[in-house]
Design a protein around this ligand. Structure first.
Ligand SMILES: Cc1cc2nc3c(=O)[nH]c(=O)nc-3n(C[C@H](O)[C@H](O)[C@H](O)COP(=O)(O)O)c2cc1C
Length: 336
């Protein structure tokens, strides 16, 4: 499958979902705007794979944890396809960052294996809903990133200790989805550039993880990081050293980079190394950012990097100081 361009809307929790885990009309409207904005690949916000709604990242996070969600998710895939974009559903378990935080270090082996079943079932549902593929969220300190993080994983069984054990859970998930959904279904992963605080071989570890996941069936790797909110507004392309390193190690692996890409010059710089360029906040505040760049109307995003969009529950659901969808959001939550 060849996307119509090299732009990716990186997974972005819209905070527009309904509290029962279903997709709202405001969500569909948001995907409509991104589609009109000529984004080549649209990755949804993270969908919870947990069968219970109680372990989601927040009360408005959409779910793929049950077959009853397939019909609503189909509207998202259809909307994205209406504009000829590639539709990817992001799958995640909030783990330690959920409404009810889970410490995976204390779980039994059986409970760890259950995560594999949940991710694979969610992958099957995404396929049934019409998505072209899924992205497994192994970044930002949610469950899977915590598991692969050398500093956070203290398990002493087959899910901890050696690097091979640390990547076991994501590997089994990828293998399971590949088996369940077939060879043509796209499987992307989003990974942190850093998976250990101090070790000098941090990028080596990342390369080992990626090598393992690609052997298991991954088609594309998007590199991100946990500290994207702490960067100054003037910083750009936060994790570019990681993709430059990976490009040398994996010359033909489809790669993308996200984080601090908000100017035309950033996009050009990143695309010298990667196949794709991913943006989140720039497209949250201006879903038509790519068209504006193309028309030479703007050279950079109007995003202030104020991060009000991320601290949404503290900001009374103000999604972006500029966003046209704020009103609909307030309307969505008026029925709570
Ligand atoms: C409001 C908001 C919601 C986000 N939700 C997700 C998410 O659901 N899944 C994910 O992988 N990353 C999520 N992110 C992180 C972004 O995808 C991206 O990695 C980060 O914002 C850095 O990219 P940027 O500088 O282009 O915004 C979110 C970011 C923001 C600002």
């Amino acid at each position: 499958m060849t996307p119509k361009n090299r732009f990716i809307r990186s997974a972005t929790n819209s905070h527009l979902g309904n509290t029962d885990g279903t997709i709202s009309n405001a969500d569909i409207e948001m995907y409509d705007q991104l589609g009109q904005g000529n984004v080549g690949t649209i990755i949804t916000g993270h969908n919870s794979v947990d069968p219970s709604l109680n372990y989601r990242a927040d009360i408005a996070q959409p779910s793929l944890g049950d077959d009853s969600f397939i019909a609503g998710q189909r509207k998202v895939a259809d909307k994205i396809h209406q504009y000829g974009a590639v539709a990817i559903a992001q799958l995640s378990h909030a783990g330690p960052k959920g409404l009810n935080p889970i410490d995976f270090n204390t779980l039994s082996m059986e409970e760890m294996h259950r995560f594999v079943e949940w991710f694979v079932a969610a992958g099957r549902r995404a396929k049934e809903a019409g998505f072209d593929g899924v992205q497994i969220h192994i970044a930002h300190w949610y469950l899977l990133q915590a598991v692969v993080n050398r500093d956070l994983n203290h398990r002493t069984d087959i899910f901890g200790g050696s690097d091979e054990n640390l990547i076991r859970l994501p590997r089994e998930i990828v293998e399971g989805i590949r088996r369940e959904c077939g060879a043509k279904f796209l499987i992307y992963v989003k990974m942190n550039a850093h998976n250990t605080a101090a070790a000098a071989d941090d990028y080596d570890l990342l390369a080992y993880y990626i090598d393992t996941l690609v052997s298991a069936g991954v088609n594309m790797v998007e590199i991100s990081g946990t500290d994207f909110m702490r960067h100054a507004r003037t910083d750009s392309c936060y994790y570019i050293e990681a993709v430059e390193y990976l490009r040398k190690r994996f010359p033909s692996l489809p790669l993308s980079l996200v984080g601090g890409i908000y100017r035309e010059e950033d996009i050009e710089r990143v695309l010298q190394t990667t196949d794709f360029v991913s943006m989140s906040r720039a497209l949250l505040t201006q879903p038509d950012f790519i068209n504006l760049l193309h028309d030479h109307t703007v050279e950079k995003s109007r995003c202030l990097h104020c991060n009000k969009c991320f601290e949404i529950f503290a900001t009374k659901y103000k999604r972006c100081v500029y966003s046209p969808i704020n009103q609909q959001l307030e309307h969505t939550f008026a029925h709570e």
